[in-house]
Design a protein around this ligand. Structure first.
Ligand code: NDP
Length: 291
């Protein structure tokens, strides 16, 4: 396994990545736009580069992890950094859209930079542990070449295919699940408090709801892929009625019901299109119809 890696971007995530590489015994060079964020890493043995191009030149593999691709462009698409990357491998673990990932792949190809895209699916606390999850996409042989270094971060690494935008596509879909669930939870604890129920009291029941979801995801995935949409036992009309209860209860407490209203509106439209006896996942098919 090659022994040197550069990490660009030392926010909470970038610092954890660099720390995990150090703990795995790699020679680690770090750089961040705002100086001073490398102090603890340098104390642990990292080399703190004075410039991004200097950091890139120190290793065959550079991992960048910044807030988004506007930020990674600001770091990478400037000389002498682009020149320093020529012939080296760049892995972008920042989050953004599949389109931005593919655009970065095109830019990298034009500049002779070997490029892999990726995303981190778990919080900073998991990095370097078996609980961390990473997804990657781009040329298979390039991934195979750097796999051992990437796996030094611990956890599960999955290469999702040669299309460089594929990791970001999974990331976006999974962020969609995560943030809508988080928004539902935030709204639920607001309603519960208005009803005199603490978040702690609600928590075990909320966890119970969460455990219902994994088997439902699997069931609905098969229905969606195969176009079955069976609403037997739980037709959309019945679900829609319970969504309306949440909107009404929110209104009674003067709590913003915007998120649930949006959810209710997509379900109502699906019913109005004649799918009231179908299962909930018919909504996804309707959402995906081109106007
Ligand atoms: P942030 O998303 O806040 O990113 C902070 C980093 O971005 C810092 O290094 C910051 O530099 C840099 N940055 C921001 N704007 C610019 C710019 N214009 N030019 C150069 N650098 C810039 O924090 P995280 O480190 O937590 O996240 C990094 C990435 O990891 C994000 O894409 C995030 O979505 C992803 N991620 C994070 C998780 C987490 O739990 N934190 C979990 C999974 C993924 P400076 O210090 O100079 O401001």
């Amino acid at each position: 396994m090659q022994s040197a890696v550069t990490v660009l971007g030392l926010g909470p995530m970038g610092r954890c990545l660099a720390r995990a590489f150090l703990d795995a015994g790699l020679s680690v060079t770090v750089w961040n736009r705002t100086p001073g964020r490398d102090r603890e890493l340098v104390e642990r043995g990292a080399f703190g580069a004075a410039s991004a191009d200097g950091a890139v030149a120190a290793s065959p593999l550079t991992v960048i992890c910044v807030v988004n691709y506007d930020a990674s462009d600001a770091v990478l698409r400037t000389e002498p950094v682009t020149r320093a990357l020529k012939g080296r491998t760049l892995v972008n673990l920042s989050a953004d859209t599949p389109g931005r990932a593919r655009d970065t792949g095109d830019w990298a190809e034009r500049h002779g930079i070997r490029y892999l895209d990726g995303a981190i699916m778990t919080p900073t606390t998991t990095i370097g542990t078996p609980a961390s999850v990473y997804i990657h996409s781009g040329p298979e042989d390039l991934y195979a070449e750097h796999r051992a270094v990437l796996e030094a971060l611990g956890g599960t690494h999955t290469h999702l295919g040669e299309d460089v935008g594929r990791a970001a596509a999974y990331d976006i879909a999974l962020l969609d699940v995560f943030w809508t669930a988080m928004a539902g939870y935030a709204h639920a604890v607001a309603i519960a408090r208005a009803e005199g129920i603490s978040a702690r009291e609600l928590a075990p029941f909320a966890q119970g709801i969460a455990t219902i979801l994994p088997p439902l995801f699997e069931e609905m995935a098969a229905e969606f892929d195969d176009g079955g949409f069976s609403g037997e036992g739980n037709p959309l009309t019945s679900g829609l009625s319970t969504m309306t209860h949440v909107v009404h209860a929110s209104q009674e407490h003067g709590i913003d019901a915007g998120v649930m209203r949006a959810i209710e509106a997509t379900a109502r439209r699906t019913v109005e299109l004649g799918h009231g006896t179908d299962g909930y996942i018919r909504v996804a098919e309707v959402l995906g119809r081109r106007a």
